[in-house]
Design a protein around this ligand. Structure first.
Ligand code: 48F
Length: 251
């Protein structure tokens, strides 16, 4: 068994080392981005610091596990075979565990690879500071006491990085640390405005780096959103389209 695990993991890791797209964060926006790109034949890896994928998509607000989706994103639920109910015109509800598990399965079935319990640590910058890779380490390393935590990270080379880390905007913030961006963080809650603007502003924030989902909101200081997920799906899809265009240009 150990030999099977080691050889399979090593084979996958060898493919991951140099990939088309790295999606950092396996919440709803990152998952749909990875799903769409893998479906188009791109090599995609999701880096997720938790053991489980799904981010905030398991739950709606206030730990209540019905999640809401506004039109037109319910059509993406149709596409993924996720059942839902119309609560009122244009507003739909679906059980979080059902929607989340089906989205995870769809991304994995499409061929997205996953490194879970692995945290994004830093960016790799190359020509003119283009984001050209990510530095990663096992998540538990950051929880270890200093005397036993001196474990160097490793890097993965990629053509595009997608920041799907939610409110943390971990990748964009790393560029802020390096003086390349200014990240204001989310503004006060205003669901409708936030949903529209997140989708609108989804895109490149720096050469090689696309922001999707709530990391868009944090990056541009848009209102925070609260528990609704339509724009997470629409934003992830838009990010995937932009990444795919860029892969075609880069050849
Ligand atoms: O927070 P999250 O679900 O992001 P999202 O796709 O969706 C946001 C909604 O869930 C909700 C909302 C709107 O409905 O306000 O919050 O934008 O998922 C983000 C994922 O990124 C992981 C984190 O564990 C979660 O699964 N993540 C965050 N930082 C890192 C990371 C990191 N440094 N390395 C790896 N994964």
């Amino acid at each position: 068994m150990t030999r099977a695990i080691v050889s399979e993991f090593t084979r996958e890791m060898n493919e991951i080392i140099s990939t088309d797209v790295v999606v950092v964060g396996g919440g709803p926006s990152g998952l749909i981005a990875a799903h769409d790109l893998a479906n188009k034949g791109a090599n995609v890896v999701i880096i997720e610091k938790n053991n489980y994928l799904g981010g905030g998509f398991w739950m709606g607000g206030f730990l209540m596990n019905s999640v809401t989706v506004r039109a037109p994103a319910h059509k993406m639920l149709d596409e993924l075979g996720i059942r839902y109910k119309e609560f009122e015109k244009g507003l739909y509800t679906t059980p979080g565990p059902l929607a989340c598990s089906k989205l995870i399965a769809a991304a994995c079935e499409a061929g997205a690879k996953v490194l879970n319990m692995v945290a994004f640590d830093d960016v790799v910058l190359r020509d003119k500071d283009k984001v050209s890779g990510v530095v990663i380490n096992w998540s538990p390393i950051s929880y270890l006491p200093k005397p036993v935590a001196c474990v160097d990270p490793i890097s993965i080379e990629t053509k595009v990085v997608i920041d799907g880390t939610g409110h943390d905007a971990s990748v964009a913030r790393k560029l802020e640390e390096r003086g390349l961006l200014k990240i204001p963080g989310c503004g006060a809650m205003w669901i409708e405005k936030s949903e529209d603007e997140v989708v609108e502003r989804t895109g490149y924030v720096h050469p090689g780096l696309i922001v999707v989902g709530m990391s868009v909101s944090a990056t541009y200081g848009l209102p925070r959103m609260g528990p609704t997920f339509g724009s997470m799906l629409l934003s992830g899809r838009k990010g995937a389209e932009l990444a795919y265009e860029s892969l075609r240009e880069q050849g």
